[in-house]
Design a protein around this ligand. Sequence first.
Ligand code: SF4
Length: 254
Amino acid sequence: MSHDFANILFAGPCNRFCPFCIGKELPDRANEENLNLYPLRNQDAFIREVQRLDIREIVMTGTTTDPQLYRHEERLLSEMRRQLPHARFSVHTNGVLALRKLEAFNSYDRACISFPSFRSDTYEKMMGSRIVPDLRSILRESRIPVKVSCVINEHNVHELDDFILEAHSIGVRRLVLRKLFGETRTWDVLKDRIPESHYRDNPVYNVDGMEVTYWDFDRTTSKSINLFPDGTIGPSYLLAATPAFMARSSAIPG
Ligand code: SF4
Protein backbone atom coordinates (compact mmCIF):
# COMPACT_ATOMS: atom_id res chain seq x y z
CA MET A 1 0.00 0.00 0.00
CA SER A 2 1.39 3.42 -0.88
CA HIS A 3 1.41 6.19 1.69
CA ASP A 4 -1.53 8.59 1.93
CA PHE A 5 0.28 11.40 3.69
CA ALA A 6 3.16 12.51 5.89
CA ASN A 7 2.67 14.36 9.18
CA ILE A 8 4.93 16.94 10.76
CA LEU A 9 4.12 16.99 14.47
CA PHE A 10 4.64 19.82 16.92
CA ALA A 11 4.87 19.73 20.70
CA GLY A 12 4.88 22.39 23.39
CA PRO A 13 2.38 24.37 25.45
CA CYS A 14 -0.99 24.58 23.70
CA ASN A 15 -3.57 27.37 23.71
CA ARG A 16 -6.32 24.84 24.39
CA PHE A 17 -6.56 22.01 26.94
CA CYS A 18 -8.55 19.14 25.49
CA PRO A 19 -9.02 16.16 27.83
CA PHE A 20 -8.65 13.83 24.86
CA CYS A 21 -5.44 15.43 23.58
CA ILE A 22 -3.50 12.91 21.56
CA GLY A 23 -0.19 13.92 23.15
CA LYS A 24 -1.23 12.28 26.42
CA GLU A 25 -1.08 8.92 24.68
CA LEU A 26 2.58 9.33 23.80
CA PRO A 27 5.66 8.95 25.97
CA ASP A 28 7.12 12.27 27.16
CA ARG A 29 10.22 11.95 25.03
CA ALA A 30 8.12 11.99 21.85
CA ASN A 31 6.65 15.32 22.94
CA GLU A 32 9.95 17.16 23.19
CA GLU A 33 9.14 20.81 22.54
CA ASN A 34 9.96 22.03 19.05
CA LEU A 35 7.96 25.26 18.73
CA ASN A 36 11.06 27.48 18.51
CA LEU A 37 13.30 25.14 16.60
CA TYR A 38 14.52 25.58 13.04
CA PRO A 39 15.25 23.30 11.33
CA LEU A 40 13.15 20.68 13.06
CA ARG A 41 14.92 17.63 14.43
CA ASN A 42 15.54 15.28 11.52
CA GLN A 43 13.84 17.61 9.06
CA ASP A 44 16.20 16.75 6.21
CA ALA A 45 15.92 12.99 6.76
CA PHE A 46 12.14 13.31 6.82
CA ILE A 47 12.10 15.22 3.54
CA ARG A 48 14.34 12.60 1.95
CA GLU A 49 11.92 9.89 3.11
CA VAL A 50 8.94 11.81 1.71
CA GLN A 51 10.81 12.13 -1.60
CA ARG A 52 11.77 8.45 -1.61
CA LEU A 53 8.19 7.35 -0.97
CA ASP A 54 6.83 10.01 -3.34
CA ILE A 55 4.29 11.24 -0.77
CA ARG A 56 2.27 14.18 -2.11
CA GLU A 57 0.24 15.17 0.97
CA ILE A 58 1.99 16.82 3.91
CA VAL A 59 0.11 17.70 7.10
CA MET A 60 1.31 20.10 9.80
CA THR A 61 -0.32 19.08 13.04
CA GLY A 62 0.47 18.59 16.71
CA THR A 63 0.85 16.00 19.40
CA THR A 64 0.44 18.43 22.31
CA THR A 65 0.11 21.82 20.65
CA ASP A 66 -1.35 23.77 17.78
CA PRO A 67 0.90 23.94 14.69
CA GLN A 68 0.17 27.65 14.27
CA LEU A 69 2.06 28.20 17.51
CA TYR A 70 5.22 27.15 15.68
CA ARG A 71 7.44 30.22 15.46
CA HIS A 72 8.90 29.36 12.03
CA GLU A 73 5.66 28.30 10.40
CA GLU A 74 6.04 30.24 7.14
CA ARG A 75 9.75 29.58 6.83
CA LEU A 76 9.25 25.83 7.18
CA LEU A 77 6.42 25.83 4.70
CA SER A 78 8.33 27.72 2.04
CA GLU A 79 11.38 25.47 2.49
CA MET A 80 9.22 22.37 2.22
CA ARG A 81 7.57 23.73 -0.92
CA ARG A 82 11.00 24.33 -2.40
CA GLN A 83 12.12 20.77 -1.70
CA LEU A 84 8.79 19.08 -2.40
CA PRO A 85 7.36 21.05 -5.32
CA HIS A 86 4.70 18.44 -6.15
CA ALA A 87 3.29 18.13 -2.64
CA ARG A 88 0.19 19.74 -1.17
CA PHE A 89 0.40 21.13 2.35
CA SER A 90 -2.33 21.37 4.92
CA VAL A 91 -2.58 22.54 8.50
CA HIS A 92 -4.63 20.77 11.13
CA THR A 93 -5.32 23.43 13.71
CA ASN A 94 -7.72 24.44 16.45
CA GLY A 95 -8.18 27.72 14.58
CA VAL A 96 -7.36 29.90 17.58
CA LEU A 97 -4.59 31.78 15.72
CA ALA A 98 -6.00 31.58 12.21
CA LEU A 99 -7.13 35.23 12.05
CA ARG A 100 -4.07 36.58 13.84
CA LYS A 101 -1.73 34.60 11.56
CA LEU A 102 -3.89 34.88 8.49
CA GLU A 103 -1.05 35.13 5.97
CA ALA A 104 0.50 31.95 7.30
CA PHE A 105 -2.91 30.25 7.43
CA ASN A 106 -3.61 31.17 3.83
CA SER A 107 -0.20 30.01 2.66
CA TYR A 108 -1.21 26.35 3.05
CA ASP A 109 -3.12 24.59 0.31
CA ARG A 110 -5.93 23.73 2.68
CA ALA A 111 -6.83 23.61 6.35
CA CYS A 112 -8.71 21.44 8.78
CA ILE A 113 -10.04 23.14 11.91
CA SER A 114 -10.92 21.16 15.04
CA PHE A 115 -14.10 22.75 16.26
CA PRO A 116 -16.52 20.82 18.49
CA SER A 117 -19.16 23.42 19.36
CA PHE A 118 -20.41 26.97 18.79
CA ARG A 119 -21.52 27.16 22.45
CA SER A 120 -18.95 28.36 24.93
CA ASP A 121 -20.18 26.06 27.73
CA THR A 122 -19.77 23.00 25.54
CA TYR A 123 -16.58 24.26 23.93
CA GLU A 124 -15.04 24.70 27.37
CA LYS A 125 -15.83 21.13 28.37
CA MET A 126 -14.17 19.82 25.24
CA MET A 127 -11.34 22.29 24.59
CA GLY A 128 -10.66 23.67 28.09
CA SER A 129 -11.45 27.30 27.23
CA ARG A 130 -14.63 29.33 26.96
CA ILE A 131 -13.29 31.35 24.04
CA VAL A 132 -14.73 29.91 20.85
CA PRO A 133 -12.78 30.83 17.70
CA ASP A 134 -14.74 32.99 15.27
CA LEU A 135 -15.27 30.31 12.66
CA ARG A 136 -17.51 32.51 10.53
CA SER A 137 -14.76 35.14 10.18
CA ILE A 138 -12.11 32.49 9.55
CA LEU A 139 -14.17 31.12 6.67
CA ARG A 140 -14.78 34.60 5.33
CA GLU A 141 -11.08 35.51 5.41
CA SER A 142 -9.80 32.18 4.21
CA ARG A 143 -8.47 31.91 0.67
CA ILE A 144 -8.02 28.14 0.95
CA PRO A 145 -10.51 25.27 1.36
CA VAL A 146 -11.34 24.74 5.02
CA LYS A 147 -12.68 21.50 6.44
CA VAL A 148 -14.19 21.49 9.92
CA SER A 149 -13.53 18.52 12.17
CA CYS A 150 -15.88 17.98 15.12
CA VAL A 151 -15.08 15.38 17.76
CA ILE A 152 -18.25 13.87 19.18
CA ASN A 153 -18.62 12.90 22.81
CA GLU A 154 -21.20 13.11 25.57
CA HIS A 155 -20.82 16.90 25.83
CA ASN A 156 -21.86 17.85 22.32
CA VAL A 157 -23.75 14.88 20.90
CA HIS A 158 -27.12 16.33 21.94
CA GLU A 159 -26.49 19.56 19.99
CA LEU A 160 -25.28 17.94 16.81
CA ASP A 161 -28.34 18.81 14.70
CA ASP A 162 -28.04 22.49 15.64
CA PHE A 163 -24.29 22.33 15.07
CA ILE A 164 -24.74 21.00 11.55
CA LEU A 165 -27.32 23.70 10.76
CA GLU A 166 -25.13 26.49 12.08
CA ALA A 167 -22.05 25.16 10.32
CA HIS A 168 -23.97 25.14 7.06
CA SER A 169 -25.34 28.64 7.63
CA ILE A 170 -21.89 30.19 8.12
CA GLY A 171 -20.53 28.59 4.97
CA VAL A 172 -18.88 25.33 6.03
CA ARG A 173 -18.78 23.08 2.98
CA ARG A 174 -16.96 20.07 4.40
CA LEU A 175 -17.63 18.78 7.88
CA VAL A 176 -16.20 15.69 9.53
CA LEU A 177 -17.91 14.29 12.62
CA ARG A 178 -15.29 12.26 14.39
CA LYS A 179 -15.48 9.49 16.94
CA LEU A 180 -12.50 9.41 19.25
CA PHE A 181 -10.22 6.44 18.89
CA GLY A 182 -11.17 3.71 21.32
CA GLU A 183 -14.67 5.16 21.79
CA THR A 184 -16.99 2.24 22.42
CA ARG A 185 -20.23 4.22 22.37
CA THR A 186 -22.09 4.64 19.11
CA TRP A 187 -23.69 7.97 18.29
CA ASP A 188 -26.86 8.49 16.32
CA VAL A 189 -25.37 10.63 13.60
CA LEU A 190 -27.65 11.77 10.76
CA LYS A 191 -29.73 8.68 11.38
CA ASP A 192 -32.62 9.87 9.20
CA ARG A 193 -30.40 10.31 6.17
CA ILE A 194 -28.95 7.89 3.69
CA PRO A 195 -25.23 8.25 2.93
CA GLU A 196 -24.51 9.49 -0.54
CA SER A 197 -21.22 7.60 -0.68
CA HIS A 198 -18.51 6.11 1.52
CA TYR A 199 -14.91 7.16 1.98
CA ARG A 200 -12.68 4.43 3.40
CA ASP A 201 -15.78 2.77 4.83
CA ASN A 202 -16.97 5.98 6.48
CA PRO A 203 -20.42 7.23 5.44
CA VAL A 204 -20.55 10.55 3.57
CA TYR A 205 -23.80 12.55 3.59
CA ASN A 206 -24.95 15.50 1.57
CA VAL A 207 -26.67 18.00 3.85
CA ASP A 208 -28.03 20.73 1.58
CA GLY A 209 -24.78 20.91 -0.33
CA MET A 210 -22.50 20.47 2.69
CA GLU A 211 -20.47 17.26 2.69
CA VAL A 212 -20.69 15.59 6.09
CA THR A 213 -18.54 12.55 6.85
CA TYR A 214 -18.97 10.43 9.95
CA TRP A 215 -15.40 9.37 10.55
CA ASP A 216 -14.79 6.28 12.61
CA PHE A 217 -11.07 5.67 13.12
CA ASP A 218 -11.61 2.14 14.29
CA ARG A 219 -12.66 1.14 10.81
CA THR A 220 -10.21 3.30 8.94
CA THR A 221 -6.99 2.24 7.34
CA SER A 222 -4.55 4.89 6.19
CA LYS A 223 -0.82 4.80 5.86
CA SER A 224 1.42 7.69 6.78
CA ILE A 225 4.87 8.55 7.99
CA ASN A 226 5.30 10.95 10.89
CA LEU A 227 8.05 13.30 11.93
CA PHE A 228 7.70 13.40 15.71
CA PRO A 229 8.81 16.44 17.71
CA ASP A 230 11.82 14.53 19.08
CA GLY A 231 12.99 13.70 15.55
CA THR A 232 11.69 10.16 15.42
CA ILE A 233 10.41 9.26 11.98
CA GLY A 234 7.57 6.84 12.61
CA PRO A 235 5.85 4.68 10.03
CA SER A 236 2.45 4.26 11.71
CA TYR A 237 -0.88 6.02 11.17
CA LEU A 238 -1.65 5.20 14.80
CA LEU A 239 0.83 7.51 16.46
CA ALA A 240 1.22 5.65 19.70
CA ALA A 241 1.68 2.39 17.84
CA THR A 242 4.93 3.78 16.49
CA PRO A 243 7.46 1.02 17.19
CA ALA A 244 9.86 3.48 18.82
CA PHE A 245 7.25 4.35 21.47
CA MET A 246 4.92 1.37 21.85
CA ALA A 247 2.52 3.16 24.19
CA ARG A 248 -1.25 2.94 24.15
CA SER A 249 -2.87 3.39 20.76
CA SER A 250 -4.26 6.62 19.49
CA ALA A 251 -4.77 8.30 16.15
CA ILE A 252 -3.86 11.45 14.42
CA PRO A 253 -6.34 14.29 14.89
CA GLY A 254 -8.00 15.83 11.92
S1 SF4 B 1 -5.98 21.79 20.59
FE1 SF4 B 1 -5.06 19.84 19.92
S2 SF4 B 1 -2.96 19.89 20.73
FE2 SF4 B 1 -4.13 21.49 21.82
S3 SF4 B 1 -4.85 20.48 23.70
FE3 SF4 B 1 -6.47 20.24 22.14
S4 SF4 B 1 -6.05 18.27 21.16
FE4 SF4 B 1 -4.20 18.85 22.26
